[in-house]
Design a protein around this ligand. Structure first.
Ligand code: PSU
Ligand code: MN
Length: 285
């Protein structure tokens, strides 16, 4: 089984791209031979896998709140619908012993703020799952995010790359300490982590597909514009990430959307392959 998040569907991507993302990610996991399960809070229940009508509610986006790990108990007790971030999705999937999770980009240390660090990092430090992503979103402070992952003891492995990918871009110039070139190798690393009782995630980072990746200077300019817009509007707290993603989309003339969809699918496919590799040795779930 491969867990997928729902905040990217209800907050991160616009309609109708969010439907395309849900379909492309789920199909990619299935093609790899694994079973996709979207995590969310549905009427106060922590769900692993959504019914058709439930998914439709999340894709319509209205009235669906963004639920981070700290919000889970309140969302459950109040019986609401909530789209789960990476952190909240890991909390749900980890509690159910799901071995693998895929997303687009994890949260991290924000630029330009006195202190704003995504709860995703803390949850990665206490959830021993394989997490596949394209790095942390380009809107973040990537060197600081990598330092925090090191401090937290999260193993970061480049899949067919020696560098931290930049979510929208293939390269950031930030060197990684580990690389693997096959799903089997990744499965071995994760099994080693489990066997020595590491509590952290194995964070697998993969570049966005070459045909949709954006050039670094274009993304740098778009992020600068987006950050200035966020400052002007006084955006803060949980609203920062969705706002910046939408602002980058405007600033790249919509090109970042294609990148986002392409990398979500690619990450889901790799997560499916890793889940299959893990289960082959009877160690998958
Ligand atoms: N990556 C995307 N789109 C998103 C997110 C990540 O391409 O919408 C979401 C994820 O759910 C991630 C969250 O966990 O943003 C991080 O939000 P914050 O910075 O508030 O922790
Ligand atoms: Mn934050």
């Amino acid at each position: 089984m491969v867990a997928l998040e729902s905040s990217v569907l209800a907050q991160g991507l616009p309609i109708p791209a969010n439907r395309e993302a849900a379909e492309r990610m789920s199909s990619a996991v299935e093609r790899a031979g694994a079973v996709p399960a979207i995590t969310a809070v549905v009427g106060g229940r922590c769900a692993l896998g959504l019914e058709r009508d439930e998914l439709e509610r999340f894709l319509r986006r209205d009235g669906i709140r963004k639920v981070a790990a700290r919000d889970l108990p309140v969302a459950c007790a109040q019986g609401v619908d909530g789209a789960t971030t990476v952190a909240a999705s890991l909390a749900i999937a980890g509690a159910n012993d799901i071995p693998v999770f895929a997303t687009g980009g994890i949260g991290g240390v924000h630029r330009d703020a006195p202190f704003d660090e995504s709860g995703d990092l803390a949850e990665l430090a206490r959830t021993p799952m394989v997490v596949v992503c394209a790095g942390a979103k380009s809107i973040l402070d990537l060197p600081a995010t990598l330092e925090r992952l090191e401090t937290l003891g999260v193993t970061v492995v480049g899949y067919r790359t020696d560098e931290l990918p930049g979510f929208f871009t293939r390269s950031t110039g930030l060197r990684l300490t580990a690389r693997a070139d096959t799903p089997d190798e990744l499965a071995r690393i994760h099994r080693a982590a489990r066997s020595i009782k590491r509590t952290q995630a194995t964070l697998v980072v993969q570049m966005p597909p070459a045909d949709v990746a954006l050039p670094r200077d274009l993304v740098d300019d778009a992020v600068t514009t987006a950050l200035a817009e966020a400052r002007r509007h006084g955006i803060h707290g949980a609203a920062v990430t969705p706002f910046l993603l939408a602002a980058v989309e405007r600033a790249t003339g919509g090109r970042s959307l294609r990148t986002n969809l392409g990398l979500l699918e690619e990450n889901a496919a790799l997560a499916g392959a890793i889940a299959v590799a893990l289960s082959r040795d009877g160690d998958g779930e």
